[in-house]
Design a protein around this ligand. Structure first.
Ligand SMILES: Nc1nc2c(ncn2[C@@H]2O[C@H](COP(=O)(O)OP(=O)(O)OP(=O)(O)O)[C@@H](O)[C@H]2O)c(=O)[nH]1
Length: 862
């Protein structure tokens, strides 16, 4: 039961009668809790305060019996006393009042009101009653006391004011209710007066000087939510000129308006005002509302066919308009005087607006729309869009020496046809080189240049194998990185407590990479030997960043597999990313692999350890498809620089007499490039916002060649662009060939059409975007029809293995089993893959299939 219900249902008398003070263990005369205590506390107070207090206490006591029951006896006595005082007082007042007058009609209730007010003082009560009721008797209709309630409800307990339960004046109870939110007073009266009822509410007592005054805005509300009826937004000179012309046209027109129009105008809604359209733009729109069918989409500055007064005003007299139609239009015009035009958007959404007149002061005409209130949703888009206008203007400008369209005005159909034609024209690929082309024979230039052999190699291996440190040492020893830089890295890494990573910082440039001591993305760096210009692609070893490793591996000509020779690390690496990385690079077409058996300083340059590792890894690599002749091992210490760029000086390591790592790299066979194939350049990075070159991309040319001024096709966007400038290895160049890493500055393309992983190709021999392909893959995990991600370099797209066509013999490629349900790891299979969306792919691209963060297969498109 709710609190209020409990109190409402309470029979107070019964409660008081039933109450036994001992029930709760309190003695009536107990300390501070009995009648005496209460009386001594309350006796000096005025009786009505007494009584109100008592009421509240009774009600509260009822709710919190356990805490206040000791007050109960005192309260009961007080209430009884009050009743007795009232009864006696009433008798005495009646005796004192003159009889045989209008005062005979005074009720007991009114007497008790007076007694309550004057604290049982009979004399004062009589004087008050005499004064009040004698005056009232003089009036024909004795006035009832304003706002006097016929009954009160205090916290749900009803006390009749007329009866014995009358506890106090209404004002007192109201005061009490205001102070105590537990005490609720409800008023019910036949002659209920709202002004009286709310007279003490704070918002009615705000002094006049503090009351808010609505001041109309000085300038019209502009924008989407409003407009202006008495001022226009600031206009440009062009707008002002247009407005002046409109005004002139309107004046000319009003002069030529037929007599028929005048009585029509008088039929319009609302009072006719000469200054309904105070702004020139308003006038323009108002006029267009009268003389045109509603067609605007809300572009007021667009020049309308019949808006030019010099062309139309004299030729199009209003008599051409049907009288009924014109009357409607005039009425609409007048209605617009009184209300803002709905926006084009509102018209489109809700159709016609109401034409009922509204008070002008509440209306702000929108200056941005010429839409009339009668505009229909379809009409709203009947006019040409701004794009149409621009396209039309462009097509007009491009037609050099064509026939003068102004002389022979075109029909709407012809215009539309022109627009479509110009649109198609704009979509057509423009083969004209934007930058000046030297029209070089790039292959002949390449031969002539006798450029150094270029090779990219990817550095792979399990996490923390020492890949970055090894490459940092290599660059340091080859003087690609100077001592000061390395010294600075040493100091900075020391501050982070990662001094052993100082050399790794040469490649790990990212703040997070340095803070965590982990490579996250491919780091590129360059160095040259006498024979070859090398590009290092330092891959992350952590399994979370395998997609980045794949991106690096896709650009590599060969690989350097770094193995941590320290105790336990080689073994755990073999189970981890050592094998996975090796398999991946092989699957991606890498044939040559150099294994740097690193951290040999931690095993005292143990030859046995080196041999053990070499044997195990060699066996595995041959199994993965590498040829023995393409596998070489170098024992080294990246940290100390042994056998990297120089021979080891460690006495314990003198047993190794073979090549250093750099010598081994330099010993690689030159890679055959697909120079004569159509251009294929996968975007590895996009740079925007350059001042001279706002849009540039970088990547490695996989096939073909290019030169400044060439047209390129970006796939899958199918967007054509032009080579504005070129850089090969950060040096400006006029041309580049397959195998080179280039930065291409592009023109005539919006950056939104380009993404990392997209392919730039020759428009004459484009790469197609496909959604299905068949591939011969090596399974790393169990394969079945399943969801996968397809990776090709930086590009990756979601898809699924839709079908397993066959299991193939590893060496011969012959079909071993058709349509198997599942393919075991280590097996070669032919699968059909379906992609979520089309991407530029073609045979014999190498792809990697991954699922739930694991590499499940890799292979070749067929
Ligand atoms: N003793 C010793 N420690 C080495 C050697 N090479 C690298 N380290 C240490 O191995 C730790 C990891 O080195 P990194 O170069 O960051 O390893 P990483 O393979 O590049 O790591 P990720 O790229 O994150 O996979 C660092 O503390 C290096 O100091 C080495 O030859 N000897």
């Amino acid at each position: 039961m709710s609190r209020h219900k409990l109190v409402k249902n309470l029979d107070l008398d019964e409660e008081l009668d039933d109450y036994d003070g001992d029930e709760y263990g309190y003695d009536e005369g107990g300390e501070g809790g009995g009648l005496e205590g209460i009386n001594s506390y309350t006796r000096p107070l005025y009786p009505r305060i007494h009584l109100l207090t008592i009421c509240v206490i009774i009600i509260r006591a009822q709710r919190r019996r356990s805490r206040s029951m000791h007050l109960y006896p005192a309260l009961t006595t007080l209430l009884t006393q009050h009743k007795e005082n009232m009864r006696e007082g009433t008798i005495k007042v009646r005796e004192a009042l003159p009889t045989g007058t209008a005062l005979d009609s005074i009720t007991d209730k009114e007497i008790q009101e007076a007694l309550w007010h004057y604290y049982y003082d009979v004399g004062k009560s009589v004087t008050y009653l005499l004064n009040t009721y004698s005056k009232a008797a003089k009036k024909a209709e004795p006035k009832k006391k304003k706002g006097r309630s016929s009954f009160l409800i205090a916290s749900g307990v009803m006390f009749s004011q007329a009866g014995e339960g009358a506890l106090g004046s209404l004002a007192d109870l109201e005061d009490l209710a205001r102070e105590d939110d537990d005490f609720v007073v409800q008023h019910c009266s036949k002659s209920f007066n709202f002004a009286e009822f709310f007279k003490d509410t704070p918002w009615f007592n705000v002094p006049i000087e503090r009351q808010a005054v609505l001041i109309p805005p000085l300038y019209p509300r502009g924008g989407l939510l409003g407009g202006s009826s008495d001022g226009a937004p600031k206009m440009s000179k062009l707008q002002a000129l247009a407005a002046a012309r409109k005004k002139k046209a309107q004046e000319q027109k009003s002069e030529s308006i037929s007599e028929v129009d005048k009585p029509m105008a008088s039929l319009s809604l609302g009072p006719s005002t000469g200054k309904a359209h105070d702004t020139p733009l308003d006038r323009e729109y108002s006029q267009s509302a009268v003389t045109q069918k509603p067609v605007s989409r809300g572009f007021p500055l667009r020049k309308r066919k019949n808006s030019n007064p010099h062309e139309k005003a004299p030729k199009a007299p209003p008599v051409e308009v049907e009288p009924t139609q014109e009357r409607e239009e005039m009425d609409l015009d007048q209605a617009q005087n009184d209300q803002a035009s709905p926006s084009a958007f509102a018209s489109t959404m809700f159709g016609s607006a109401t034409t009922s007149p509204r008070k002008p002061e509440n209306i702000f005409t929108m200056p941005y729309t010429a839409t009339t209130v009668a505009a229909s949703p379809t009409d709203a888009f009947a006019g040409p869009s701004p794009d149409d206008v621009v396209l039309a203007a462009q097509s007009k400008a491009s037609k050099k020496g064509g026939k003068d369209s102004s002389k022979t005005p075109k029909t709407n159909g012809e215009k539309k046809a022109d627009q479509i034609a110009s649109g198609v024209e704009a979509m057509k690929l423009d083969d004209t080189p934007r930058a000046k082309s030297k029209n070089l024979d790039v292959l002949a230039e390449y031969e002539k240049a006798k450029t150094k052999n270029a090779a990219n190699f990817v550095v792979i291996g399990h996490v923390d194998a020492g890949k970055s440190t090894l490459m940092g040492r290599l660059l340091y020893d080859l003087n690609v990185v100077d001592e000061r830089t390395v010294e600075r890295y040493r100091k900075d890494s020391e501050k982070l407590g990662k001094s052993s990573f100082a050399l790794a910082w040469v490649l790990d440039q990212g703040t997070e990479e340095r803070a965590r001591g982990v490579t996250i993305d491919i780091a590129m760096n360059k160095f040259e030997t006498e024979k070859t210009a090398f590009t290092i692609l330092d891959a992350p070893g952590h399994r979370d960043f395998i997609p980045n490793m794949i991106a690096g591996a896709s650009q590599a000509d060969f690989a350097v597999l770094v193995i941590d020779a320290s105790t336990g690390s080689f073994e755990s690496g073999l189970k981890g990313q050592t094998k996975e990385h090796a398999l991946l690079v092989r699957s991606m077409g890498v044939q040559r692999i150099i294994i740097a058996v690193n951290k040999l300083d931690t095993v005292s340059w143990s030859k046995d350890r080196f041999d053990e590792i070499s044997q195990q890894v060699s066996a595995f690599l041959i199994q993965a498809g590498f040829q023995q002749k393409n596998i070489s091992f170098v024992p080294c210490s990246g940290l100390q620089g042994d056998n990297i760029a120089r021979k080891s000086t460690e006495p314990a390591g003198l047993w190794y007499t073979g090549r250093t790592l750099v010598e081994e790299l330099d010993n690689s066979e030159p890679i055959t490039r697909a120079l004569t194939k159509p251009l294929r350049l996968t975007i590895d990075n996009i740079f925007r916002g350059g001042i001279q070159n706002p849009l540039s991309i970088s990547g490695r040319i996989e096939a073909g060649s290019l030169q400044t001024g060439d047209a390129l096709l970006a796939q899958p966007a199918k967007e054509k662009c032009f080579i504005k400038g070129l850089e090969v290895d950060q040096e400006p160049a006029d041309w580049a060939v397959a195998g080179q890493n280039v930065t291409v500055h592009l023109s005539d393309i919006d950056p939104i059409h380009l993404r990392v992983g997209d392919v730039l190709c020759s428009p004459s021999a484009p790469i197609n975007s496909i959604k299905h392909f068949t591939a011969k893959v090596l399974a790393f995990e169990f394969l079945m029809p399943m969801q996968i991600d397809v990776h090709r370099g930086r590009m990756h797209v979601a898809g699924r293995i839709k079908e397993i066509v066959a299991v193939l013999d590893k060496s011969t490629g012959a079909i071993q089993k058709k349509k198997p349900k599942i393919v075991k790891p280590g097996t070669v299979a032919r699968v059909v893959v379906e992609l979520d969306h089309a991407v530029p792919l073609e045979a014999p691209s190498r792809v990697v299939l991954r699922s739930n963060g694991d590499t499940v297969a890799a292979g070749l498109l067929e």
